[in-house]
Design a protein around this ligand. Sequence first.
Ligand code: HEM
Ligand code: HEM
Length: 369
Amino acid sequence: MASLALTIRETLRYRGAIGQWSWVLHRLTGLGVVFFLVIHVIDTSWAVFFPALYEKAIRIYQTPLFTLGEFALVFAVVYHALNGLRIAIFDFKPEWWKHQERAAQAVFAGTALILVPMFIGMAYHAIQHYSHDPFILPLSEVLAEQLPFLAGIVVAAIGAIILAFVYNMVMGATEPVGPAKAQGSALERFWWSFMRVSGLLIVPLVFGHLAAMHVVQGVFDLTAAQLRVVGVAPSTAEPFTLEQTAALLNDDSARTENFLNGWNDSGTATEFVAERWSAMLGPVFIWRAYDIALLALVTIHGFNGLRYVLTDYTQGNAVLRRAAGYLCVIGAIALLIVGGAALLSAVPQDAIKMAHEATRAMMMAHGGG
Ligand code: HEM
Ligand code: HEM
């Protein structure tokens, strides 16, 4: 516990120069990744629940605006991870605090070092994609599709404020209290440790996910026909021929499982996910198990981090402070339910055919390929 008190004191004392930058960037990158995560988990669940919507969501990821966002996202994850490790290490070794400045510089240098090869890989995928006259959804549509997410967040925030207001009316007004992080209750001490342990566990999981989705393959490869799906052992030496795939897509009795051979024959993002989520290692659906661990850890870590930030800025107001807590609890539970439900459900039998038809309709509507 002495190290907790020391950490808080030293962090506050150190908020200047490079320490200030590290603190601000850690906060901004954490918040950015939480925001992305909300959209990403909801989107991904559509591969199971609404394949047509999932195809559109992935086409949105494949537009220039989101390509820029992807570089920002990867920077955010890498910087936040390294800086989070620095925070955790120094918490275990408070006597090292005198090396803070050099450690903060090392985090920036380490981030640059990791980002250079990652960005080269991502830029390669992006150049390959954009130099082949790809189908690109118009910006107006890309922006319009984000409105329901924003509306959802606003509604959730208003709902949390109303709940907190009612609670305080019924239970009597409570005194405004300080930021969650600074409280010494057993529960807050648990969360303090959880943030460090979960951060450590998230590092290999999120880096593995990013390596698969950004470097080995890119977001553009999700819809590349006849491509091997990353992390899946193919059951046939070659993908189905174009004729075989067309025959399957036109066959009313063909099911999603008929497509599963480790190759994305149909070139739909839904097949990409179906292939990954059907891959087995021994008796385990390996990528589903991986995603369950990733989902649980990043959601709980991210939303507890969001609670730290929101309670920092609502210290003077008992209703808003309570609302911040509600928003984070409700948000985390909702995301775990949506993401968990997708991960535990079978991909529907007609999902790939629906996805294919939706892609065709989308392209015709926008005069694409
Ligand atoms: C990749 C590995 C990660 C590590 C090592 C890590 C580590 C940490 C640590 C040590 C803290 C400080 C907790 C405290 O002040 O008590 C923190 C805060 C935070 N983390 Fe992470 N984290 C990781 C991933 C993530 C992810 C994926 C998200 C988003 C989903 C996220 C969102 C946040 C937020 C919002 C905060 C609060 C920032 C603040 O209080 O200013 N982190 N993280
Ligand atoms: C643009 C970058 C990313 C792309 C293209 C991407 C792609 C995907 C895909 C295709 C899936 C479903 C199939 C599978 O898991 O193999 C997935 C699932 C998932 N991804 Fe990502 N990912 C990205 C970044 C991230 C980041 C940064 C995080 C963590 C902060 C993350 C967290 C997750 C989680 C939790 C799931 C499971 C979702 C669910 O439960 O429905 N992803 N991602």
